[in-house]
Design a protein. Structure first.
Length: 270
């Protein structure tokens, strides 16, 4: 398992629609954060897409990543075969070791099981031809459904991107995700969280916290993947809560990244 960060490790620094920072984090600065944290892997997601850079800019970034011995992954949104073919080609140009996608249709809907299977069947040959793995995000599709879809295709180039927090909205817990999708996981996104019961006892709130300080059992997750002999890439991410000022939020986001990485290294040594 190789530790890394993604553009969703620092979403506040990159910029949210209602909270744009005065100096948004750039792709090169995200690479610098990886180097400062001592990790050799960065995943660029839809909130910081490399393919929207000028060709010279992304080629310079790739060159810098190689000089710092940092591997790249590309993440996108969408399941349309033509879109994915474009992303596969771009990922190959950058030397990325993995492509990840959140399976959404053009109108934002989650594809049905039949639609998802058809789209993935269509793209499987392209993945094999380019020797590029594609990880399907589990955030909005039940683990059993995603597992059955991947099983029906049986491509070694297709797998899951397992997020430990996002599927709570399904609702589905992280243990179920690991048990069902662990053997197919290519990319593991670790976020920790706490659950607070409402004062009146009717309902709960789920909030992000530093990795190692919440409900997530990281040792169990690592042991589970070891038992499966599965070696996904591991992205540290967080749901950093807004503070009184954006500057305070950015400082907390950075502090949680450092704290979370220090914790993960206790179980996933580089």
């Amino acid at each position: 398992m190789k530790l890394g960060i993604s553009s969703y490790t620092f979403p506040w620094a990159i910029g949210l629609p209602d909270a744009p920072p005065s100096s948004p984090l750039t792709p090169l600065q995200l690479l610098e954060k990886a180097r400062d944290l001592g990790v050799g892997l960065v995943q660029f997601g839809p909130n910081l897409p490399l393919n929207r850079l000028a060709e010279r800019a992304w080629r310079d970034l790739v060159k810098q990543a190689k000089s710092w011995k940092i591997d790249l992954e590309i993440a996108t949104t969408g399941i349309d075969p033509e879109h994915l073919r474009e992303q596969i080609k771009f990922a190959k140009k950058t030397g990325a070791i993995l492509l990840k996608t959140t399976p959404e249709l053009a109108d934002g809907r989650i594809p049905s099981r039949v639609e998802l299977s058809n789209y993935l069947h269509t793209i499987a040959e392209d993945l094999e031809g380019e020797k590029m793995g594609l990880a399907i995000d589990n955030s909005r599709i039940p683990a059993a459904e995603l597992n059955e879809t991947l099983e029906s295709i049986r491509s070694p180039w297709l797998g899951a991107a397992l997020d430990t927090a996002n599927p709570l909205a399904l609702p589905q817990g992280w243990q179920m995700s690991v048990r069902v999708l662990g053997h197919r996981t290519l990319s593991l996104h670790i976020k920790d969280f706490v659950v607070h019961e409402a004062a009146h006892g009717m309902g709960f709130s789920v909030l992000g916290c530093p990795v190692g300080k919440g409900r997530l059992n990281v040792p169990w997750i690592v042991e589970s993947f070891a038992a499966l002999r599965t070696q996904p890439s591991v992205m540290l991410e967080s749901w950093t809560p807004a503070q009184a000022t954006l500057d305070e939020t950015l400082a907390l986001e950075h502090a949680w990244a450092r704290e979370g990485m220090d914790y993960l290294r206790r179980f996933i040594p580089d």
